[in-house]
Design a binder for this molecule. Structure first.
Ligand SMILES: *Cc1c(COP(=O)(O)O)cnc(C)c1O
Length: 392
């Protein structure tokens, strides 16, 4: 066994099933293992590495920031936190941002912000409506609104007042609404849950329902946000601006950072000094990554690129669906697509690894296709060739 694998297996709590590969470095949309083998990356570190690997402009910014200042705590201002917040506000349409260290913490913060809002308004509301097959993270709060029972059951009792509706079934949401409902949380496109995209009727229906009943709408854009769907954030396809939005994964291009953002109307009645905090959150290093990532996105017009190559991928998957018996269904949009297949996804992704292709799975025996957003058509062709070979 490889020394790195052996060390890792001995050293860590066994919480992950890892592929038997040790990744060493990357370039563009390719990764290389310690033996020098090359892999076409359709995982992007789980939809994190939007800019791919070895983006010199980003790397130079990070190196400079390391030499200047890594951390200050939130007792002081720093030079990049405000810039990162401005950039996120600009692309998200939200008014106020709180920086966290992960997606889980972003959701955790959003849940607290909502409870505080209800408390300050004296509404007596505390219930959350979440979706079946959702994924919002693994902390106690985030897991409480995650719609996979096996993720929740061992840790019960979880936070009170969470109900699960069926994704894309507005009536099932309406049936759960009460005068105690404080928020509805959903991913406009469920990633881990199987690449399930919300219908316009569902998103618009939820927005309307929230407005009518005085409920806050939280969109978890952690995976489907930051350009992945061909819009900067997935809710922008529907025009259904949420009251609170959570982000992470691609916003820092691999530097661990997340954020939740809210409208001024929520902020006015929500978290105040002393209510919520984090030592690392908003540190100059992480924020330099966010500000630079967004700057590069805008300069390269990456969102338009995703739209274009996403359409191309979609066409190619349609062809694959016709040609290949093992492919049952094509799902998703932009560069967050999936194919439901007949063979076990674990087996196929293991075989793909041997063939120099990294793919991951999602619920429902789906191969999840989330390459770096900088991918070009010829690399999509390379993917199609490889996957065709594996599946036939
Ligand atoms: C990954 C993910 C999270 C959790 O983010 P972490 O950074 O792993 O804590 C939450 N919600 C969605 C939709 C995700 O894809």
């Amino acid at each position: 066994m490889n020394q790195y694998i052996e060390e890792t297996e001995k050293g860590l709590v066994h919480t992950y099933n890892r592929f038997p590969v040790v990744l060493d470095h990357g370039e563009g949309v390719y990764l290389y293992d310690t033996e020098g083998k090359k892999y076409l990356d359709f995982a992007a570190g789980i939809a994190v590495c939007g800019l791919g690997y070895g983006n010199q402009e980003l790397n130079d910014t990070l190196k400079t920031q390391i030499d200047k200042l890594m951390h200050t705590s939130n007792l002081y201002y720093n030079t990049s936190c405000g810039q990162a917040a401005e950039a996120l506000k600009r692309v998200s349409g939200m008014d106020r941002v709180f920086f966290t260290n992960s997606g889980t913490e972003a959701n955790e913060g959003a849940l607290k912000a909502v409870r505080k809002y209800a408390w300050k308004k004296g509404s007596g509301r505390y219930e959350f409506i979440a979706m079946e097959n959702s994924f919002h993270g693994r902390s106690m709060g985030a897991v409480s609104v995650t719609g996979t029972e096996s993720y929740r059951t061992p840790y019960e009792p979880l936070i009170q007042g969470v109900k699960f509706a069926k994704f894309n079934d507005l009536d099932s949401v309406k049936a759960l609404v009460s005068d105690k409902t404080c928020a509805i949380i959903l991913e406009p496109l469920q990633g881990e849950g199987g690449i399930n995209i919300a219908t316009p009727e569902f998103m618009k229906g939820i927005r309307k329902l929230c407005d009518k009943e005085g409920i806050l709408m939280i969109c978890d854009e952690i995976q489907c946000g930051m350009g992945r769907t061909g819009k900067m954030f997935a809710w922008q396809h529907y025009g259904t601006k949420p009251d609170i939005m959570t982000m992470a994964k691609a916003i820092g291009s691999g530097v661990p950072v997340g954020a939740f953002a809210m409208t001024e109307a929520v902020a006015e009645y929500s978290l105040e000094p002393g209510d919520h905090g984090t030592t690392y959150g908003g540190n100059p290093f992480a924020c330099a990554a966010v500000a630079k990532t967004i700057e590069i996105f805008e300069k390269k017009n990456l969102v338009a690129h995703v739209h274009e190559v996403g359409e191309y991928l979609s066409q190619k998957l349609d062809e694959l669906l016709k040609e290949c018996d093992a492919v049952v269904q094509k799902k998703g949009i932009g560069l967050i697509q999936g194919i439901e297949i007949t063979r076990p996804v674990g087996e196929v992704s293991a075989e793909a690894l041997k063939e120099g292709l990294l793919v991951i799975s999602a619920k429902g025996n789906v191969l999840r296709l989330v390459p770096p957003l900088v991918i070009e058509k010829k690399q999509i062709d390379e993917f199609v060739e490889k996957i065709k070979h594996i599946l036939s």
